[in-house]
Ligand binder design. Structure first.
Ligand SMILES: [Zn+2]
Length: 173
């Protein structure tokens, strides 16, 4: 994702704000980043028993929207770009995650009518050793977070609200 005036490294055709009045947002009138919607990747890895043990999270820069909270790497979709393609592109740009090591499990959509955010749930493919890294100024840190650690982190409100549904997607339900 790119923040206007911050000189971030990646620029795309979908960069821009969408005005939204969908009820239940941050307030009655709010806005979203991404002219064609936005998408992010929730990458998980599993224990040898197949249980989800960790998830890649991004600690958002303090000056960003909901700064200081933790969420998944992601950003605005480009013109004509699918949510899965956009999520994989953003996670490569922001978090250094090679899409070749990601197996897409499913998706979850937050739908505000004029704007959608798709969380693509993926798991590490083929036992690859994926080491995420903070690759742009939007992140303080990007790293594996243990499932048991999630409760002690301040999460991005929309991500926290979607978590129960995201766990179901990750579990293949
Ligand atoms: Zn909205």
């Amino acid at each position: 994702m790119l923040i206007p005036g911050r000189g971030a490294v990646h620029r795309h055709g979908g960069d821009g704000w969408v005005a939204c009045t969908f009820p239940g947002g941050d307030d009655a009138a709010h806005r979203h980043w991404g002219l064609f919607g936005a998408a992010g990747l929730m990458l998980v890895r599993r224990s040898p028993e197949g249980v989800v043990s960790d998830v890649v999270l991004q600690h958002r820069a303090l000056w960003s929207h909901h700064g200081g909270t933790w969420g998944v790497p992601g950003g605005a979709l480009d013109t004509g770009e699918s949510a899965v393609a956009g999520a994989l592109r953003e996670s490569r740009e922001e978090a250094g995650i090679d899409p070749a090591h990601v197996r897409v499990v499913g998706t979850h959509v937050l739908d505000h009518g004029v704007w959608q955010y798709t969380t693509v749930v993926g798991e590490v493919a083929d036992g690859a050793d994926v080491v995420p890294s903070a690759n742009d100024p939007e992140s303080l840190e990007v790293r594996w977070v243990g499932v048991g650690e999630l409760g002690s982190l301040r999460l991005l409100p929309a991500f926290e609200a979607a978590l129960p549904a995201l766990w179901r997607v990750a579990a293949g339900e």
